[in-house]
Structure formats: structure tokens, C-alpha cells
Design a protein around this ligand. Structure first.
Ligand code: ADP
Ligand code: NI
Length: 215
């Protein structure tokens, strides 16, 4: 199978798997991250097949929607790629990326690094910023039936991985706990450039939101 065929088969697999996904983690999120990853890869040294496969498979079974199980996504991706008879070295790299891409509060050390992870992680983070980032955050909050905002519940910037996962805080807190921090976590030069505009938009949104909340 050539690389083009591998990608097409993977697209079909992901679309099928994510049919009933929450709107912030659906096929269109994957498609945006895939496109953005290819764009960022233009200015980075990397193996494009690994970048594309990791972008396509990175949310195949998010731990948030699987009782916190962080190994199920990498396992499903591995067995799918194995069924396509893909080189074990490539499968291993894709599995490591899926395992290490997530934010989870940011207060822990990432143990794996590769230029392909840097690229896909930047693309995934960019999709949590800007106008789409706002839409995804409130969609996720709605999916979890959380309040938009509560002035009596302050953001908590010191959550460990477990507390971050369990949080039931209002969606606006998520901007302080995660979204505003992403700009300074970009790995690549292109990522940093793209993050700036999206970050400014997030700030503008929150300023306007609070202005309307306190007329
Ligand atoms: P994480 O980085 O938490 O592992 P993701 O990168 O999968 O999660 O987050 C995906 C999307 O879900 C992002 O747009 C993010 O803003 C949104 N999201 C995650 N947690 C929350 C939350 N507590 N409140 C609102 N949106 C959230
Ligand atoms: Ni994602």
C-alpha cells in the first residue's frame, strides 16, 4: 500500500469511529488538526507520514470519554495500523505521540519528544484557541452541563493531572486554567506565529464577556 492509500484508509477509519463524537472532538476537529499539522510541517524537519497518521488518530479514543483510560487510544491506533501492515517503527512513533499529546493541566513533565509530536501538538492546541477554541470550550461545557461562568468560583492554576480531569468548574475558568496558557507552550515557530492572533481573540472574547456580565 502506498502512503496515499494508507492516509485514505485512515481517514475512513477515523470518520467511522468518530461518528457520534461530541462536536469539539469530532471528525471536523481531526480534519482541522490534520490540515494545520501539514501546514506547520512545511517549515519543520519531520516524517510527514508519521505527522499525518498521528494527527488523524490522536483523538481516536480520548481518555476523557473512556473513563480516564489513557491507553485505549494508542492501542486502537496501533491495532488499526498493524492491520494495514505498516512498519513497526512508524506505529511506535504514532503511538507515542497519541500517548503524549494531551495537556492535562500542564503541571507534569512530558517524557517523550519528537518533531512530529511537536507539530501535531501545536496543531491540536491551536484548534483549542481562537474563535473555534471558544466554540469548542462552550460545547464541551454544555456537553458536561457546566455553568458558563460563576464569579464565586475562581480558576485553579495548580491542578495536578487527576484534579484537572475531575474538575467540574464553569467553562470560563477553563480559559484561565488552560486556553490562555497555550500561547507560551507552542513548540514550533509557525505554531507560535499562528497562536498569537488566536490568543488575542481569546482575550478579547473574555474581556467582552466580563463587560457584559457586569454592566
Ligand atoms: P486536554 O488537553 O484536556 O487533554 P483536549 O486537548 O482534548 O483536552 O481538549 C479538547 C477541547 O476540549 C479543547 O477545545 C478544550 O478547550 C475543550 N475542553 C477540555 N476540557 C474542558 C473544560 N474543562 N471546559 C471547557 N472545555 C474543555
Ligand atoms: Ni484533539
Amino acid at each position: 500500500m502506498n502512503e496515499q492509500e494508507i492516509i485514505l484508509k485512515t481517514v475512513d477509519f477515523v470518520k467511522e469511529k468518530l461518528q457520534n463524537a461530541e462536536a469539539g472532538h469530532d471528525w471536523f476537529h481531526i480534519e482541522r488538526v490534520w490540515k494545520l499539522s501539514k501546514k506547520i510541517a512545511e517549515t519543520e524537519e519531520s516524517n510527514l507520514l508519521v505527522v499525518e497518521l498521528a494527527a488523524l488518530l490522536h483523538d481516536i479514543a480520548d481518555s476523557k470519554f473512556n473513563d480516564g483510560d489513557e491507553l485505549i487510544g494508542p492501542a486502537i491506533a496501533s491495532s488499526f495500523l498493524t492491520s494495514l501492515l505498516i512498519d513497526e517503527k512508524i506505529i511506535k512513533e504514532v503511538r507515542q505521540i497519541i500517548l503524549n499529546i494531551s495537556f492535562k493541566g500542564g503541571n507534569f513533565n512530558q517524557t517523550y519528544s519528537s518533531s512530529e509530536l511537536s507539530i501535531v501538538q501545536d496543531a491540536d492546541r491551536l484548534d483549542a484557541m481562537g474563535a473555534i477554541g471558544v466554540a469548542r470550550a462552550f460545547n464541551y461545557g454544555g456537553f458536561k452541563n457546566r455553568p458558563l461562568y460563576d464569579p464565586d468560583i475562581s480558576p485553579n492554576l495548580h491542578m495536578d493531572k487527576e484534579a484537572y480531569k475531575k474538575s467540574t468548574a464553569p467553562t470560563l475558568n477553563h480559559f484561565y486554567e488552560k486556553l490562555f496558557l497555550l500561547k507560551d507552550k507552542m513548540n514550533t515557530k509557525t505554531g507560535r506565529i499562528l497562536a498569537e492572533e488566536r490568543h488575542n481573540f481569546l482575550e478579547q472574547f473574555v474581556n467582552q464577556f466580563l463587560k457584559e456580565w457586569n454592566p
